[in-house]
Design a protein around this ligand. Structure first.
Ligand SMILES: NC(=O)c1ccc[n+]([C@@H]2O[C@H](COP(=O)([O-])OP(=O)(O)OC[C@H]3O[C@@H](n4cnc5c(N)ncnc54)[C@H](O)[C@@H]3O)[C@@H](O)[C@H]2O)c1
Length: 263
C-alpha cells in the first residue's frame, strides 16, 4: 500500500519541474492526482503519462473562478479532496531599482495571492471532512534574500507567513498546513537552458552539500508533509536546501572543503 493510498491531491504548476515530479511520485504512492498549470499541452501530456490516476485542468492560480473549477473537478472525478500542493511559481531576476510595478505585482499575484486562493478554495471541502493537508512551496528565499530577487523574496516570506495563519485557522478543523523551503533545485525555473548537472553544481560550492537539489528531493519532502506520516506537523517549515541556510564556507578557514581552499 502506498503512503497516499485513497487520497486525492491537487498539485499546481504540475506541467514540469517539481510539480510534475511531485504529481508522478504522489501517483506512485497511490494518490489520485489533479494536475493544474497554464502550460496546457505539457500538463495534458504528463497527466496522460501518469494514466487513470490523473487528470489535468488548465488553471491560472491567479483566477478565483478557475480555482473553483479545479476543486469541483477533483471532487467530481475522484470523490474527495485530501491534499493541495501550492507549487506554481515564477522567478524574475531584476533589481528593485529597475523592477516595474507590473513585474513586482505579477510575482506576488502568482506566488503569494495564488497560494492564498488555493488555501481559500480547498478549505471548505477539507473543513467539512475534518481532514486535509496543504503543502505550500516557499523557498529558502522565505528566510533570506538574494540580490535581484526582491519580489520573489517578498512573495516567499509571504507564503511562509500565510502558512502560519492558515495553520491556526484550519488546524482545529483537522487540516494541516505546512511549508517546504527548497534551496536551489535543477528545474526549468533556475536552469532554463538545460545546462549539465556539472555546470549547475559549480554554482553551489560554497554550501555544505556543494550541489543543486533535484526535483525528486523536494517531491519527497512534500510527500512526507502530505502523508499521514506528518500527522502532528502543522505550521512547520521543512527546509531541503543542501545546508544552504546553515551558512557559507569562508575560503581558507579550517573546515572548508578542499575545493574552497585558497592555496
Ligand atoms: N527551482 C528552484 O530552485 C526553487 C527553489 C525554491 C523554491 N522553488 C519554488 O518551487 C515551485 C516550483 O518551481 P520549479 O522550480 O519546479 O519551476 P518550474 O518553472 O519548472 O515550474 C513552475 C510551474 O508553474 C507554472 N506556473 C507559472 N505561473 C503559473 C500560473 N499563473 N498558474 C498556474 N501555473 C503557473 C509553470 O507553467 C510551471 O509549469 C515554485 O513555487 C518555485 O518558486 C523553486
Amino acid at each position: 500500500m502506498g503512503r497516499l493510498s485513497g487520497k486525492v491531491a491537487i498539485i499546481t504548476g504540475a506541467a514540469r519541474g517539481m510539480g510534475e515530479v511531485t504529481a508522478r511520485l504522489f501517483a506512485e504512492e497511490g494518490a489520485k492526482v489533479v494536475l493544474t498549470d497554464v502550460l496546457v499541452e505539457d500538463g495534458r501530456r504528463v497527466a496522460a503519462e501518469i494514466g487513470e490516476a490523473a487528470i489535468f485542468v488548465a488553471h491560472d492560480v491567479r483566477d478565483e473562478d478557475q480555482w473553483k473549477a479545479v476543486v469541483k473537478a477533483a471532487v467530481d472525478t475522484f470523490g474527495r479532496l485530501d491534499i493541495l500542493v501550492n507549487n506554481a511559481g515564477i522567478l524574475r531576476f531584476v533589481t528593485l531599482a529597475e523592477m516595474t510595478k507590473e513585474d513586482f505585482e505579477q510575482v506576488i499575484a502568482i506566488n503569494l495571492t495564488g497560494t492564498f486562493l488555493g488555501i481559500k478554495s480547498v478549505a471548505p471541502v477539507m473543513m467539512a471532512q475534518h481532514s486535509g493537508s496543504i503543502v505550500n512551496i516557499s523557498s529558502t528565499g522565505g528566510f533570506r534574500a538574494m540580490n535581484s530577487t526582491g519580489a520573489y523574496t517578498a512573495s516567499k516570506f509571504g507564503v511562509r507567513g500565510l502558512t502560519k495563519a492558515a495553520s491556526l485557522e484550519l488546524g482545529h478543523h483537522g487540516v494541516r498546513v505546512n511549508s517546504v523551503h527548497p534551496g536551489g533545485i535543477d528545474t526549468p525555473l533556475t536552469n532554463p537552458d538545460a545546462k549539465s548537472t556539472e555546470e549547475v553544481n559549480a554554482n553551489y560550492g560554497r554550501f555544505p552539500m556543494q550541489r543543486a537539489g533535484q526535483a525528486i528531493e523536494i517531491a519527497r519532502a512534500s510527500l512526507f508533509l502530505a502523508s499521514d506520516d506528518a500527522s502532528y506537523c502543522c505550521g512547520a517549515e521543512l527546509v531541503a536546501d543542501g545546508g544552504g541556510l546553515s551558512g557559507q564556507y569562508f575560503p581558507g578557514l579550517p573546515g572548508a572543503p578542499p575545493s574552497m581552499q585558497t592555496t
